[in-house]
Design a protein around this ligand. Sequence first.
Ligand code: SAM
Length: 403
Amino acid sequence: MLSYRHAFHAGNHADVLKHFVQVQLHLYMNQKDVAYTYIDTHSGAGVYALDSFQATKTGEFDTGIGPLWNAVNVPAALQPYLDLVKAMNPSGKMRYYPGSPYVADQMSRAEDRLRLFELHPADVKILNENVRKAEAHKAEQGERSRGRRVLIEHGDGFQSLKKLLPPPSRRALVLIDPPYEVKDDYKKVRDALEEALGRFPSGMYAVWYPVLQRMESRQFPDKLKRLPAKEWLNVTLTVSTPGPDGIGLHSSGMFILNPPYTLEAMLRETMPYLVQVLGKDAGARFTIETGTQVTGAASARLAGEGPRAPVGNARRASPLSGKGSLRLPGQSMVREGEEGAPAKPAASPSPRRAWHPDGSAQAKPQAAGKGEARASARRPASPGGAQPRSAGPRPNGKPGGKR
Ligand code: SAM
């Protein structure tokens, strides 16, 4: 089923969580000189125009990037993500929003590889066009990538993931972000991850998922926790209390297998701020859970409850406050919705100049660590946010609906 168009949802609170985490994962990957492959199993169109018919019809960006646009006292870890979005909009007017391929293109280095999959014929066309413009622009700037840095395939990302693993450099960052319109997607994600981990256990895998009432959604994180990855991290952002009709997407999560060891601390610093700025009512909160795989009989227990059997394949999870998640001795305590934690003042990362869809060259977030800098500055190519016209928005939050 291909009715989902991300153009209707671009820049919403779920995108903010996903892309902010994605930026952090790239920054971490960039700390090592060795090149990596970024695999995006569900790429979408790459760039979205927020003044398009689709985006304005739903206005979903008002739940996400909208309130952040002029936010102050931004935590340092959120700044590179905001810098990236702002660099696409040099006029200062919020007009374009990046999709995950654009985030990857900006955050990765010349030696890294992007492998992008998209099934929708219209979106894959737009994605191709956006990437072509970006590459042409880089070439104009004298920035040459080695080999074919970005490859786009019109195909099924679930099926294609396995053929890219393990990657030549033995380093990979994989983003899995399906529409979850059909309940099969939950199972497909799990199965694809199981196979991917079998082929390449040390890859970093990031999965976005909606937190909905439907059973598949509620059970999903626990299913991912049972996958044979050494470690995992699960972060959710809820912006409001779901209404009785269950309509609308109020909450979503990012589940990361083999996460950076720095990620939990960074999220603890940043998530309270996102709750504060994006939260709509008292139901706004975040959760962070981490866990490690343990072989043999683990003695995990539920926080606040009696002893219980280990979950699934004997893995242990870190605690959640009062909500019945598992606790691993020695792991740091995890709390829900830590509202009120002090936000750090914004850092001033050294800007780089980036391609963006709207005109002149703009500052681009500085990648951390060694080997991060692209050789040359970039100027923008022509607008890349062309949007499809045909499909209407999927009703939000209807069972199976994504964002
Ligand atoms: N990752 C994108 C981003 O963050 O900008 C958004 C992706 S959107 C949520 C999901 C996309 O997956 C849609 O564009 C849809 O057409 C596409 N899609 C659905 N099923 C697919 C499949 N089996 N393989 C590849 N793409 C698929």
